[in-house]
Design a protein around this ligand. Structure first.
Ligand SMILES: [Zn+2]
Length: 589
């Protein structure tokens, strides 16, 4: 079962992601002949949506699963991972269309490299949130400390180690090493190591913590040595940043750290405590953006003074943006880097095309899924009392279930599920009149609700009000003529009343409607046994156990028949071999 639900999540997520990506690309495809800036502008929301979908879709599917089929939603972790992987796979056609040089093998390699460390960070974050205790103490220090150790290990080299380990990164080849050596010597910067990165994107980045530089293979393919040196000067400028800036960058990298304190924050401050960690995250993220934006401008300035010829740095930047299809003007001014168009102007080059308009944030499907997520969350919140009541009922906590269902009914007096759930809990607790009242409320407002009649019929059965029970089950059968269980229940009520022939007719009808109905065989076996038809009873027990090997009632009944040897006595010479026992057998017990 866990494998089946995980598989369904995987397939659904893959289809949802692939559909969103395919539809998102329509405008980009139509603009095949347009200028690269226009194509990049159209592509941006598609990629952004695809990146978000990898997280949105698993949450949507898990929430939808939870309210469509709560009894199969226990494996939310494996379901979530399966839909995460499905949504990733759904991005393959998109990446393939943007970068035709990709095949499945090197695409998968890129996914492992790009998502492995991110996935690890998310797992660490979720684990820290879950393990975090409510109160300050040694456990809190242990959880927070472990998270920080992992975080700083990633900042101090684990990230590049991982990329090397998955063979996505290798030491710089001679050409790059030479360019870096010359440029670094000229700028008087120490570089600990230089690396080459695989994948279709053309980019470069610096790691100020460990004084390392990374250039992608694609960048090296499309840029001249002069251009690589200009880009290199920008990255070296990041390595020249002061200790204070480095400290600021490290604090900025701890953006998600406040989130692990959600549990103690709620414990300490109540509902408002939910927002405090988010506020912390928001403040850190804002200041980090401000700092890195300033540092990018500074690095651009330094790269300009270091370029060997006028316009080299601007042309190198444009090549990188064009190759990776990043818009020349982005959705807003709050990106880490200034817009390419402005970076080129600052470099003294006016592009030979007008300033492009900014891209849209999300595609239509991106908005659709975001709205869907909001809807499933709103639904989940509105149904949480019913879900809690259901969970408590399954645990046998009748009073807890009644309290939760009552809360749900108070916020929505017409909540049929809540009223019927409370009726079932009251019946289980023994409050039969209370249960009748709840089911009657539903029947009054929804006279065609067959389940409500079945529910009230069960309570009447428990009260041994055979006529009322029979009336309720009959009503339910009128509404839903193919409901085998309603026939079985009515048969049991008729049996209670003493109408054996009527009971037999109903049981037979139930079995005709659904031959795999263990419940109907259970009930008929008891009637057969009572009538003294031990062969019939034994056949029904066997059938019920074959259908449901855990059927305690049938197992005990069969053992009883066997120990009393009634079944074998039936088969002895002289007895009635047809299997019916003229009604005298009942007295044998
Ligand atoms: Zn930079």
């Amino acid at each position: 079962m866990p494998v089946l639900t995980a598989f369904l999540h995987f397939v659904a997520a893959c289809l949802m992601a692939a559909l969103a990506n395919w539809a998102g690309l329509i405008a980009w495809r139509r603009a095949a002949g347009a200028l690269w800036t226009e194509r990049a502008r159209l592509l941006w929301p598609v990629r952004f949506t695809a990146g978000i979908n990898v997280f949105l879709i698993p949450v949507i599917l898990n929430q939808a699963h939870w309210f469509l089929s709560p009894e199969t939603a226990h494996w939310w972790i494996s379901d979530g991972i399966a839909s995460f992987l499905g949504a990733l796979l759904g991005c393959y056609p998109l990446d393939r269309e943007i970068f035709p040089q990709l095949n499945f093998k090197n695409w998968w390699h890129q996914v492992i490299a790009g998502w492995g460390i991110r996935f690890g960070i998310w797992v660490a974050l979720i684990a820290a949130c879950v393990l975090m205790p409510e109160n300050f103490g040694s456990k809190m220090l242990l959880v927070a400390g472990s998270y920080l150790v992992l975080h700083f290990a990633i900042q101090w080299g684990l990230f590049l180690k991982y990329l090397r380990w998955v063979k996505f990164l290798k030491p710089a080849e001679d050409r790059l090493q030479q360019i870096v050596n010359v440029t670094a010597m000229r700028m008087n910067v120490t570089v600990r190591a230089t690396w080459q990165l695989a994948g279709p994107l053309a980019n470069a980045f610096a790691l100020p913590t460990t004084h390392e530089l990374v250039f992608s293979n694609r960048l090296l393919e499309i840029c001249t040595d002069e251009e690589i040196s200009a880009i290199c000067a920008h990255e070296l400028a990041h390595l020249q940043e002061s200790k204070a800036v480095l400290a600021g960058r490290l604090i900025g990298s701890l953006m998600f750290f406040p989130l692990i304190f959600i549990t103690p924050s709620i414990h300490q401050f109540g509902t408002i405590g939910i927002f405090l960690p988010y506020l912390g995250m928001f403040i850190i993220a804002k200041s980090n953006k401000w700092l890195s934006h300033h540092m990018e401008k500074r690095a651009d300035q330094i790269a300009l003074t270091e370029q060997t010829n006028e316009g080299i740095y601007a042309s190198a930047l444009e090549k990188l943006y064009r190759e990776s299809q990043i818009p020349a003007v982005n959705v807003n001014n709050r990106q880490t880097h200034p817009h390419l168009y402005d970076r080129m102007l600052a470099a003294g080059i006016t592009p030979d095309y007008p300033r492009p308009t900014k891209p849209r944030r999300l595609t239509l499907f991106g908005w659709l899924y975001a709205i869907l997520l909001g809807a499933v969350f709103a639904f989940a919140v509105s149904r949480s009392d019913v879900a809690n009541g259901y969970a408590k009922f399954n645990k046998g906590d009748w009073d807890g279930a009644i309290a939760d269902y009552t809360k749900a009914i108070e916020s929505n007096p017409n909540d049929t599920d809540a009223i019927m759930g409370r009726g079932a809990a009251k019946r289980a607790k023994g409050d039969l009149d209370g249960a009748i009242a709840d089911y009657s409320t539903v029947i009054e407002s929804k006279p065609d609700n067959a389940d409500a009649y079945v529910g009230r019929g069960d309570v009447n059965y428990s009260k041994r009000d055979w006529d009322d029970a029979i009336a309720d089950f009959t009503k339910s059968i009128e509404i839903k003529p193919n409901n085998a269980d309603a026939y079985t229940r009515r048969g049991a009520a008729k049996f209670g009343k003493g109408d054996w022939a009527g009971a037999m007719t109903d049981y037979n009808k139930a079995i005709a409607l659904n031959p795999d109905n263990a419940y109907a065989y259970d009930e008929r076996s008891y009637l057969n046994y009572t009538k003294g038809d031990f062969n019939g009873a034994m056949a029904d027990y066997n059938k019920a156990i074959a259908l449901n090997p855990d059927d305690d009632y049938a197992i005990k009944g069969r053992d009883y028949l066997r120990t009393k040897k009634c079944y074998f006595r039936e088969a002895m010479p002289g007895s009635n071999k047809s299997g019916t026992n003229d009604g005298v057998g009942g007295k044998q017990f």
